[in-house]
Design a protein around this ligand. Structure first.
Ligand SMILES: [Zn+2]
Length: 251
């Protein structure tokens, strides 16, 4: 995406685009502001997780044990809980029906580990129940993979065509492809918020975490969700930026 941005910026700064459209400088500023907010949210998430990875809860279950219990109590019996290498690599894989928990979650007895483990189980339960935003998100995966691969080339071709023929049609098709990524990151939001909500509801109803412990888990998941929110805002700002570049040309 950055290379693509460079192409458009070079084009813009070389003075090929005249006229007065709505401000692309303004949308660059917006993207910059979102990048700074993203940095702050990421730093806060890491510090919150580091803190609650050191706080243990009375029942003393590991992340893997909490995950297995939550799946069982939600009548999900066809999902295995497995260990995956790395940090923050936790995910639910519907292809082989596994909840994959990372080094710092799988065997940890911390509140942060329980929160992450239950969030991933939340995705497994969404899958089992055919939760609509998850179904839509899965359907978008191949479309977005294709669109993001094609977008760079379509935009480059579009800029070349625009320079020689004044036609912006191919540029708009390129922007449409970039917009698919933004749509994907928007559909991701209800999926992520709902998984965290399921996690917290179960942690409370099963009395796995109570009182302050539950609020620590809530705080951890809240910051994780905010990283998805920032990603979606950033994707939307990128689309606005490209629209502002091309619409200047139209005027
Ligand atoms: Zn998630």
């Amino acid at each position: 995406m950055l290379d693509l941005l460079q192409v458009a910026q070079d084009y813009y700064s070389n003075g090929y685009m005249g006229g007065t459209g709505f401000s692309s400088g303004g949308s660059l500023l917006l993207m910059g502001a979102i990048a700074i907010i993203g940095y702050i949210v990421q730093a806060r998430l890491q510090s919150v997780f580091a803190k609650y990875s050191q706080v243990y809860f009375p029942s003393g279950l590991t992340g893997a044990e909490v995950a297995e219990k939550m799946l069982r109590e939600n009548n999900v019996h066809n999902v295995r809980v497995t260990h995956v290498r790395g940090q923050l690599t936790d995910h639910f894989n519907p292809a082989n029906m596994t909840v994959n928990l990372s080094d710092s979650v799988y065997s940890s007895r911390s509140i942060a580990a329980a929160a992450v483990a239950c969030h991933e189980c939340g995705h497994a339960i969404q899958h089992a129940q055919g939760y609509a935003p998850l179904v839509m998100r899965s359907a978008l995966v191949p479309v977005v993979n294709f669109a993001s691969r094609a977008a760079t080339w379509v935009i480059i071709a579009g800029i070349a065509i625009m320079a020689s023929t004044n036609s912006t049609t191919v540029c708009w098709i390129g922007i449409g492809l970039i917009a698919m990524s933004a749509l994907f990151s928007i559909v991701t939001l209800p999926v992520e918020y709902n998984a965290s909500q399921r996690a917290l509801e179960w942690l409370q109803s099963s009395r796995t975490l109570q009182g302050a412990e539950l609020s620590y888990a809530r705080e951890s998941l809240k910051w994780a969700a905010r990283t998805y929110l920032v990603a979606a805002l950033s994707a939307i700002a990128t689309v606005i930026y490209y629209i502002s570049l091309i619409s200047r040309r139209n005027n």
